[in-house]
Design a protein around this ligand. Structure first.
Ligand code: FAD
Length: 301
């Protein structure tokens, strides 16, 4: 079995940037990806300098092409299903869904996060007219009649305040959850309507939201909106390596991608199990890759 200097799991901006940095540092690395990046549902990605408005697949294709210039980078379009560390040799092993096994001195986890929505119909509109991040997609929905779908007071008030600068025409939907008196009073004072009824259906065409149907019988016109999902890691790789996790579910690192387990590094959204951005994830990947490279350098010098 070939031994890589480092295996990078995940080719989102975090993993791709880490791979590029390690390839340019002449490290013999493998990068694995299974095409489950959560932004694949969106038409255009915004805010990444020089790439504003790029399609997620095009972003990935350009980055993959850049990696191909470096002979020490191997790219695998495979799902990693198992990770393991041999404590005798300190080597890492990954197994893929094709039943292939690979070995490396270091492992870099960049597998991102996934979303669970308050109601399943959100999926039909997510990335087209319903979004999570105003910085990513607020501009495209500016001045439109928008829904704020948030199931608790903290999320509802935070997202509504934030969105005000993109559109003043906001209606809050809590999908059957009550808001605190304090938050309710704030919304009343700002004349922002709140519907606490359970959402029965989201109606629209080809991902373009048109109306929100409530169990109370009302139907409210909205042309798009923002939703607060629950974010989670798609695997337990960090836990399987015994990486320490804090009380908020964040993987503990040194701030430069090193986890508490020697040889295991982490980058991108998977570290905090929370959303960030393409730019932040790419920067995380760069930082983690320099940690991998520095540790290999010092160990071998
Ligand atoms: C609808 C939507 C719109 C967005 N719009 C923007 C925007 O306009 N601007 C912006 O900056 N950000 C945007 N984002 C956020 C952005 O997509 C993320 O911040 C960024 O992709 C996080 O990068 P990452 O590398 O951490 O994870 P990801 O990009 O999610 O990459 C993780 C990769 O790991 C791979 N993977 C996971 N598990 C395995 C496994 N077991 N084996 C092999 N591969 C695996 C996946 O295939 C995936 O490619 C948007 C997100 C969504 C959902």
């Amino acid at each position: 079995m070939d031994k890589f200097d480092c295996i990078v799991i995940g080719a989102g901006p975090a993993g791709l940037s880490a791979a590029l940095t390690l390839g340019r540092a002449r490290r013999n690395i493998a990068i694995f990806d299974n095409g489950t990046n959560r932004n694949r549902v969106t038409q255009a990605s915004h805010g990444f300098l020089t790439r504003d408005g790029i399609k997620p697949q095009e972003f990935k294709d350009i980055a993959m092409k850049e990696l191909q210039s470096y002979p020490s980078i191997s790219i695998f379009h495979e799902t990693v299903i198992e990770v393991d560390k041999d404590n005798q040799t300190d080597l890492f092993f990954v197994k893929t869904s094709n039943n292939a096994s690979y070995m490396a001195e270091k492992i870099l986890l960049a597998t991102g996060i996934q979303e669970e929505f308050p109601l399943s119909q959100v999926k039909q509109y997510y990335g087209k007219s319903l979004f999570n991040c105003p910085y990513c997609d607020g501009w495209e929905l500016r001045d439109q009649p928008l829904a704020v779908i948030a199931e608790n007071s903290e999320h509802a008030i935070h997202l509504t305040k934030l969105l005000m600068n993109w559109s003043k025409d906001l209606i809050v939907f809590t999908n059957g959850h009550e808001l605190s008196d304090q938050v309710r009073n704030v919304f009343e004072s700002k004349k922002i309507k709140v519907y606490t009824s359970i959402i029965k259906n989201l109606l629209g065409d080809h991902g373009k939201l048109e109306r929100i149907e409530l169990e109370s019988g009302e139907t409210i016109s909205r042309s798009g909106g923002f939703v607060v999902p629950r974010f989670y890691r798609p695997n337990q790789f960090a836990e399987q390596f015994n990486c320490q996790v804090d009380e908020n579910g964040i993987i503990i690192t040194d701030g430069n991608g090193r986890t508490t387990v020697p040889g295991v590094y982490i980058a991108g959204e998977t570290e905090k199990a929370g959303p960030s951005s393409l730019m932040i994830a790419a920067a995380d990947g760069f930082k983690a890759a320099t940690s991998v490279n520095m540790d290999l350098t010092l160990e071998r010098f």
